[in-house]
Every structure is written in C-alpha cells, then in structure tokens.
Design a protein around this ligand. Structure first.
Ligand code: ATP
Length: 382
C-alpha cells in the first residue's frame, strides 16, 4: 500500500516587486523558495527591503507586481487575517491588562476554538512560560515578554511564522540565549520560520538557509557555511564576517571538472583557485581570503606549509582580544590585510608590532570575485 503524501507547502515568492507611492523601489523582482519546515533568515543592512518583503508576505503591504504562494495556494491578494501566516514583531504589543495566559488565549477565543485552555497550557509549556501564566506582561523580563509574543503567534498554528527583528530589543546576552531557544522551538513545532535580521551572527546561529539581501535584491542564498566559505560577491564577502580582498589577474586555467583551477597572479605570485570558487569571467578579480585563514610566523621560522606563501610582511598593529588576536599586516605591495589568530598559547606571546612575518594560507579557502564590484561593498554595514 502506498502512503499518500501531503502536497508540500513551500513559501514561494515570484517576481515580487514593491514600488512605494513616492516612487521608491524597495524590493526588485525577488524570486525566493522557502521549503516548508525550514528556519529561513532574510539578512541585510538597514533599508535593504527585508521588512517590506515580510510585510508583503503577511499581507500588510500591497504587492506592486509578482506573486506569493504557499504550496499551490495563491495568497498574493488575500486579506492579511485570512493568510496562514502570523507575524512576531520587535515590539511585542501584548495586552497590558491581561494575564500571560489570557494574552495567549486571545486569538483562539476570538475564533471560538473549543479546547483553547488545553492549547494554551501546551504552548506555555513549549515556550517555558507555565510559571508566568498568571502574571501581567509588566511583571515579566524582556525575554519572557518576547516568548509570550511568540506563544501568541504559535497558538494560531500558522503555516509560516514571520519574525521581524524579534530579538532587537533584548540585550546581547539575552539575545544569544533566545536565539537558541527560538531554534529549539522551531525544531519542535516544525513550522516554516522566516526571520528578518541585520545581525549576521543571529542569522547564522539559527537559520538553515540564509538569503543575503542588498538594495532590494538577493545577493546570495545558501546555508551559513556556504555563504561564509564561498561568498559570490564583495557585498556578501564583507557583510558576512570580514574578508581580505586582493587585486589579481587571471593568467590561465588548468584541469577539468571538479579539479579545474584558475591561475591568478597576485602581485607577482601565481596562486590556484578552484573553479567552483571563481565568481567572475573577467581577466581581473578580487582574491578573497578570510582573516582567520591567514597564518603568520616570524620570518625564518619553519612554517606548517599549508599552500601559498608570502614573505616580508610586517605586523603593523596587534589587538589582543582574549580569545584571539587581531593583527594588521602590511604586505610587500603595501596593502594591509587582517589576520585573526586564536590565542592557543603555542606562540608564548603576541607577535610584536614591526616584526617581519611570513604569511601563508591553504589555497582551498581562497575565492575570486568580480573586479567590477565595489571592494568596500557591505563593509561596516551590519
Ligand atoms: P530596517 O532593518 O531598517 O527595517 P529593512 O531592510 O527592513 O530595513 P525596509 O523597511 O523594507 O528595509 O525599507 C526598504 C526601503 O524602503 C527603505 O529605504 C525605506 O526607507 C523605504 N520605505 C519603507 N517604507 C516606505 C514607505 N511607506 N514609503 C516609501 N518608502 C518606504
């Protein structure tokens, strides 16, 4: 006997476009598929259009053109309250005169749901608020109030839960613990969560998939690992973590298939970059390497021999951060590169400013970006 599987209820945005009445285009022909049951993050700097996108999905903002589907259901022009979607905002908007249990029960009661009290108990347990049930919102901490807002949305069993910077009002420590909490709850309920944030660490901690958004378009979509290790644009390379970007000239290609590499001349040294990590067809490019992938050792000391070597760099600053040290290195061609080194205690102290160092990195970590892109894009925007 074959089991009949339920049709998938993925959230699909096709050609979604938003032009505000004042003529400003906030979202530009956006295509996005968010698989049912995933924790998805829309990540980007302030003003990139992520809230506008979320509000269109929620039905709080008209669509200029394009469509929004959940599974086969077209909800593009559906009224907000009829969509199988709920939103949790940064300001929790709880009813101050009602208890926590009454706040959570408000939605089901309005819809005349029969056993709402049992549902409230279940949701309060899930969000670890059982002991707070009889209190008023003002008697709770920020994190607890945020959980009430979440409970109030979850009890409606939406197919898609939209979270608009829901942790933005919390202090850093609480935010970090709520991130793990949110992730646990999403895994337990298995609903599609779409989380909007400008905080890259938040997106990376929680989301299965992240879409990096910039000026109304999606620059790159992937798992946190894919985005971080193989960024395709200077914006993603700079916005998600930090990148050293070095000018290079393509001088040849070798191999084929998975072994194909592009040869790039970097200030006199030819390095190989895997084709899968090359994101330009032009003769010039930005060679990208993450700061923690740079290894340094005082000139003349034996190296771990990981791949590409450069001598005669000079340490121009060293900032001790406890767990790690952030070095700025002046390369022989005059450019400053950043190097993060873990303080594992093997060196027996910092490398002091002015020391000549050899710099090396494994070639499999390098990526090549299009030279027509702004090398500063995304820097300091988070
Ligand atoms: P933030 O994190 O600051 O909320 P965001 O990425 O969510 O930013 P949106 O709120 O979607 O960005 O705004 C995108 C752009 O659209 C901004 O430049 C904003 O000024 C503009 N915008 C938003 N609402 C309107 C409106 N009602 N009329 C005109 N322009 C608007």
């Amino acid at each position: 006997m074959s089991a009949v599987s339920e049709p998938r209820r993925d959230l699909r945005l096709a050609g979604l476009h938003k032009r505000y009445p004042n003529g400003y285009t906030a979202v530009k022909s956006l295509d996005l598929e968010i698989p049912q049951g995933t924790f998805f993050a829309l990540l980007g700097p302030s003003g990139c259009g992520k809230t506008t996108t979320l509000r269109m999905v929620a039905g709080l903002e008209d669509v200029t053109s394009g469509t929004i589907h959940i599974g086969d259901q077209d909800i593009t022009h559906e009224r907000a309250y009829r969509r199988p979607v709920n939103t949790v905002f940064q300001n929790y908007a709880l009813f101050p005169h009602l208890t926590i249990a009454q706040n959570v029960e408000f939605g089901p009661k309005r819809r005349n749901v029969k056993d709402s009290a049992a549902q409230v108990r279940g949701i309060l347990e899930l969000t670890e608020l059982t002991e707070q049930a009889g209190k008023k919102p003002a008697q709770l901490s920020g994190g607890q109030q945020q959980r009430v807002a979440l409970a109030r949305a979850l009890i409606n069993r939406p197919e898609v839960l939209l979270l608009d910077e829901p942790l933005g009002a919390l202090d850093l420590k609480l935010r970090r613990s709520m991130q793990l909490e949110l992730k646990r709850i999403q895994e337990e309920v298995g609903l599609t969560f779409v989380h909007v944030t400008h905080d890259q660490e938040e997106a990376m901690t929680m989301a299965d998939q992240v879409a990096v958004m910039n000026q109304g378009v999606i620059e790159q979509l992937g798992s946190p690992y894919e985005l971080y290790t193989n960024p395709k644009t200077t914006f993603v390379a700079n916005f998600l973590g930090r990148s050293n970007l070095i000018k290079g000239n393509v001088v040849g290609r070798e191999g084929s298939g998975a072994d194909a590499v592009v040869k790039v001349d970097m200030h006199g040294t030819v390095i190989s970059i895997k084709q899968a990590r090359v994101h330009t067809d032009s003769k010039e490019g930005w060679i990208g390497i993450r700061p923690e992938k740079l290894l340094i050792q005082p000139e003349g000391t034996p190296s771990e021999d990981p791949g590409n070597h450069f001598s005669s760099a000079v340490v121009s600053s060293a900032s001790y951060l406890g767990v790690s040290t952030e070095y700025v290195l002046t390369m022989p061609w005059g450019q400053e590169l950043i190097c993060f080194e873990q303080n594992r205690g093997v060196r027996g102290g910092l490398v002091s400013v002015g020391t000549k160092v050899d710099v090396s990195w494994r070639q499999e970590y390098v990526y090549l970006l299009d030279s027509s892109q702004d090398v500063e894009a995304g820097r300091g925007e988070a």
